[in-house]
Design a protein around this ligand. Structure first.
Ligand SMILES: [Zn+2]
Length: 378
């Protein structure tokens, strides 16, 4: 195959777009350095990508340094739009994902118990929004396991959805993507967080009505051959437990580290229509402080296991625990540092997610759509 064959050219264009997606904004010379393509190839291919509307020049860097000013490139915000959904056990949030990674929330609705009803609402929203914007993808964050190739929700235990065939229930004229919410949160952090730029191994733990983890191994989201990797909520932390999990195992980590555990332990009446609202109320109660401290330790037990197995540089906490404050996080950090392998925690950082006003998984759903669009570049 000749070097300048069309196939190689497409691969090179994709790799330039991937580098811009991951490091935007970035100069042509940095693209050349990261991709290994010659500066003249980068100049030629970025010109094509600008002409085709994928990217744009956004000004310069290095004004105060000697030498040449370098023009920076970024993805063009409105080049492709996606309609993104964060399926919550009780509330679903949706928004518009832009090609440069920005996400604009547009609304919420109560998650119906029946998948058929849920996808009818998704379709209605798609039809309404596509009258206003040209949508290229629909991308769904699911609180459960998703077969991304077959487009099937294998199991979303807290929703009691099993083997839900998205292709059958959502017939639309654009590709539909779906992934687990913790995987998408990890993906969002990978593309948006400064401290992950040079990190290859990281774990995102999402704590809501259930507990899920997204694993980044060697810089990539690790999903496993049948898409169940990262179901750390179902690792056994108490093999003598007499409590059975909805996954059918006993003594799962999720049984003591989801927000449901705190509500059960508290035992008294709390205002709120669902677990998330009740947990919001519980957080304000003085007589729940000891439960929250124990909750931090329960979460830490699972982190010790994950750290010993995966040796990540970064553990990120997301979901309903992000606003519990430094004290809560310190209990977790101290516990993990005392209990995990010394060599494994040497350079370990534990922090909460950088996404606060918008959910990490909604942002991740938009990132997934951008990755998919880049794969189709011709
Ligand atoms: Zn389980």
């Amino acid at each position: 195959m000749k070097y300048n064959s069309p196939r190689i050219k497409i691969l090179n264009k994709k790799s330039i777009l991937k580098v811009i997606h991951e490091n935007h904004p970035i100069s042509r010379s940095d693209i050349s350095e990261v991709t290994g393509l010659t500066p003249s190839s980068v100049t030629r291919l970025t010109k094509e990508l600008i002409d085709e509307g994928y990217i744009r020049e956004i000004g310069t860097m290095g004004k105060n340094s000697p030498g040449r000013r370098r023009i920076l490139l970024d993805l063009r915000k409105n080049a492709f739009l996606s309609l993104v959904f964060d399926i919550g056990v009780n509330i679903t949030t949706y928004g518009i994902g832009f090609f440069d990674g920005e996400v604009e929330p547009r609304g919420t609705f109560n998650t119906p118990k029946e998948p058929v009803e849920f996808f009818n609402i998704v379709k209605e929203i798609y039809e309404r929004i596509s009258g206003e914007y040209r949508i290229s993808r629909i991308s769904l964050s699911v609180p459960g396991m998703v077969d991304m190739e077959e487009k099937k929700i294998l199991l979303a235990p807290n929703l009691e959805w099993e083997n839900v065939n998205i292709k059958e229930l959502l017939k639309v004229d654009v590709p539909v993507l779906a992934d687990n919410e913790a995987n998408l949160s990890m993906l969002a952090e990978k593309y948006h967080s400064e401290d992950l730029r040079n990190v290859k191994e990281a774990v995102f733990i999402i704590i809501r009505e259930g507990v899920g983890t997204g694993l980044m191994i060697d810089g990539k989201i690790f999903r496993g051959p049948s898409f169940t990797a990262g179901e750390a909520g179902h690792m056994t932390v108490n093999m003598y437990s007499d409590r059975q999990c909805h996954c059918s195992n006993w003594g799962c980590w999720e049984l003591v580290s989801s927000i449901n555990w705190t509500i059960e332990q508290y035992g008294k009446e709390l205002p709120g229509k669902n677990a998330i609202e009740k947990f919001q109320a519980l957080k304000q109660r003085n007589d729940a402080k000891r439960i929250l401290m124990k909750f931090a330790e329960n979460i830490a037990v699972g982190i010790v296991n994950l750290v010993n197995i995966l040796n990540p540089e970064l553990v990120i906490l997301g979901g309903e625990v992000v606003d519990l404050g430094e004290n809560f996080l310190d209990i977790i950090k101290d516990f993990v540092h005392q209990r995990a392998l010394k060599a494994a925690v040497k350079d370990l950082k534990i922090r909460t997610t950088e996404f606060r006003n918008i959910s990490s998984n909604l942002v991740g759903a938009a990132v997934l759509a951008v990755e998919d669009i880049i794969e189709e570049v011709k």
